[in-house]
Design a protein around this ligand. Structure first.
Ligand code: ADP
Length: 305
């Protein structure tokens, strides 16, 4: 669907993309996760031919649209007709209603009059704006605006949806609703590629997550494996109190005394059960145990700094 190879984009003295590799397969919901400034928008704008990278290759639907500093205009135009795009900083016409907005967009895409009404009705239903189809957009919440922007991106029934930070600024309810719409898109056979700087946005909706840091893809896996990797890097901290001193001589974890019979154990994974066994093996008992697991969001930010 989308393949990016060794993409390099330099803005004056900023190397925004530093040999980026990325592959989105048909039917995937791919979360493109990275901190602000990592190069997510630059990647997206490059794949759409909206900015010019200096080096690398881009393929859309198996066709090479960019190579070593040049876009193939003909192929790009054809490929883009099959893509729906929702920009990060999009504006809406506040004085129009959702129905009028989609009507304007449908005309811009040359959708025949006979199909237009049906298509707009389906989209308003899909994004949950049917009830407010005749209200002015100016009074809409952020969540409603984002859903209307998504409906715009879907107007030409694209095979690939590219969304730049679509859930940023939404409250938890808005995020859950947006994810539900993405799931429906996947069921309808579409491929979705969306960016975010917040781990929670890619949870429970993506089958693949790529982590971009400083213009390079650092990790690509399922969200479960990425979370495991984050936790392994960050480590678990477990504080225990025992009824008598324990000799930690033979353990692989890092153990520091915190006071009388009180210890801090730091390990790369959850070793609670092993601590129990180890302490019991020395004929001692655990009086209290406290596990400090950093939030995944904290770990993610720590890892990518
Ligand atoms: P993200 O979308 O992950 O927040 P961007 O792709 O917007 O990251 O930016 C990547 C890097 O490129 C940042 O350091 C940013 O400041 C820089 N950058 C982005 N656009 C421009 C531009 N038009 N001119 C100069 N530098 C830019």
């Amino acid at each position: 669907m989308l393949r990016v190879e060794n993409l390099v984009k330099v803005y004056k003295d900023v190397r925004a993309l530093d040999g980026l590799n990325l592959e989105v397969k048909p039917g995937q919901v791919y979360g493109f996760l990275g901190p602000n400034g990592a190069g997510k928008s630059t990647t997206i704008l490059s794949t759409l031919g909206l900015i010019f990278p200096q080096e690398g290759r881009i393929e859309l639907f198996g066709e090479e649209v960019f190579r070593d500093g040049r876009f193939d205009e003909g192929r790009l135009v054809k490929a883009k007709a099959r893509v729906g795009y929702m920009p990060e900083h999009a504006t809406l016409w506040d004085f129009l209603t959702p129905e009028q907005t989609l009507d304007v967009i449908a005309d811009a895409f040359g959708i025949p009059r006979a199909e237009k009404e049906k298509r707009i009705g389906e989209l308003l239903d899909l994004v949950g704006l049917k009830e407010v189809r005749n209200r002015k957009v100016g009074k809409f919440s952020k969540g409603m605006r984002q859903r209307l922007l998504l409906a715009q991106a879907l107007i030409n029934d694209p095979e690939l949806l590219i969304l730049d930070e679509p859930m940023t600024g939404l409250d938890p309810k808005g995020i859950a609703e947006f994810k539900e719409i993405i799931r429906e898109q996947r069921k309808a056979g579409k491929t979705v590629f969306f960016s975010s700087h917040i781990l929670a946005h890619v949870e429970e909706v993506c089958d693949t997550v790529g982590v971009i840091v400083k213009g390079k893809l650092r990790l690509k896996d399922s969200i479960e494996n990425i979370k495991r990797e984050f936790l392994r890097k960050a480590g678990y901290t477990i504080i225990i109190e025992t009824n008598k001193p324990v000799d930690w001589g033979s353990v692989e974890w890092s153990v520091a005394p915190l006071g009388e019979n009180k210890y801090r154990v730091v390990a790369s994974r959850d070793v609670r059960e092993e601590i129990h066994d180890f302490v019991a093996g020395q004929g001692a008992k655990i009086l209290t145990m406290q596990v400090k697991e950093p939030s995944l969001e904290e770990i993610f930010l720590k890892m990518v700094q």
